[in-house]
Design a protein around this ligand. Sequence first.
Ligand SMILES: Nc1ncnc2c1ncn2[C@@H]1O[C@H](COP(=O)(O)OP(=O)(O)OP(=O)(O)O)[C@@H](O)[C@H]1O
Ligand SMILES: [Mg+2]
Length: 457
Amino acid sequence: MTLTVPTRKPPTTAEPVFSVSGLWKVFGPKPERVPADPELSALAPAELRSRTGCTAAVRDVSFDVRKGEVFVVMGLSGSGKSTLVRCLTRLIEPTAGTIAIDGEDVRAMDRARLRELRRHRAAMVFQHFGLLPHRTVLDNVAYGLEIQGVGRSERRERAAEFVAKVGLAGMEKRRPGQLSGGQRQRVGLARALVVDPEVLLFDEPFSALDPLIRRDMQDEVARLHREEGRTMVFITHDLSEALKLGDRIALMRDGRVVQLGTPEEIVGAPADDYVREFVRDVPREQVLTCRTAMRPACAEDAAHGPALRPEATVAEAIEAVARAGAPARVMDQGRCLGVIDHDRLLGVVAGVTPEAPAGTAPAATAVGDAPAPAGTSTAPAMTAGDAPTPAAGTRTAGNAPAPAPAAESAPATRETAPGEHRPAPGGHRPAPGEHRPAPGERRPASEAPAGGTREAV
Ligand SMILES: Nc1ncnc2c1ncn2[C@@H]1O[C@H](COP(=O)(O)OP(=O)(O)OP(=O)(O)O)[C@@H](O)[C@H]1O
Ligand SMILES: [Mg+2]
């Protein structure tokens, strides 16, 4: 796996835009009884289904999305990602729990307020674009403004600005059918951006695109984030996309968030074997930072050697140490925080646990935990504040079990395409019996084309 993980700014501690607590979404008969009953709510998914006929798509999930961050929700097919993100604006009605946007209770909103939320504050970008086929690019982008009641000339002017912003200047008059997949998704992005929402919600927006166009679109999102500081919730089942874009990642399994943390925390200190398996093929040196990998400095270290920022990746440190032929110093505002030498660098690459650097806590779980039985969730949901502090090298090299495919057999009422399976994340070999998609295989387009758009606006 090759990754281009940008050097990150330290995680933002800004106030939350979305604040979610104890959220449940249960599909099936009398869904409210499941979160209310401690015995039912503790059942494994298959058992819950056979005893009650219910599917708990989201189970007791709590997190904050902070202003200006890209919050990624990741997990295998059927783990509850789409349900979770749709609950945020009540495109799907939650069963229990609280959701607030800027402190306002979303579950208490009346229809008018909800419409305002979806039109102005939280715009959604879908996997299948959701464009109106008979409208031009310009009119598709202007659609959200039209619904807001913005006058024709103003909305066309603003739409043109956003068409140019996503790199489609000159294509304003084309119809969606005359565009490539990547171009169509750019229109979808422009349409969401033009209403200047406080939060952009992306539900696997790039998974129907081929890899090169996909990378282009990821760069586009990263640029928007960098230049405009947009808050985004981004769903993906693709680990490299999550690591590239996410300031923080919530990893879901069977409706629960099994780990929530920065990419470095997820890769450096996986909370359980499921997470460990997810991140197994990640080049650790491209994700872990000098702050995590360094050892304490002794007096003679502090005076010489190349200087690196604490946020620099270990990959950058490898280059600096190789060039200088000496250990590097990790410097912050003129202070030497620690030192990275050959042993530390090798330890990170090999996944061998060095002693934790001064001031960091040990990893959240022990190495070599027993694999989780299929269909159960081993780790409790973590909230934003309690992600583990990373310690470099908690990986079990090559012996983690493949995660049980989390896709559940879809009940008849399911809104999204039933029976979908995804390849294991991060390019892993498929688990036994796992479906390997044929080249070019796509998910059925039933999820959210034009109908989905109307939901969103
Ligand atoms: N309307 C519905 N009725 C019953 N069950 C549903 C419904 N919608 C979703 N589910 C179930 O809820 C679970 C979570 O589904 P969801 O679509 O949120 O998963 P996902 O993580 O987005 O998967 P994918 O990666 O395939 O899009 C699945 O088991 C699914 O079968
Ligand atoms: Mg989904």
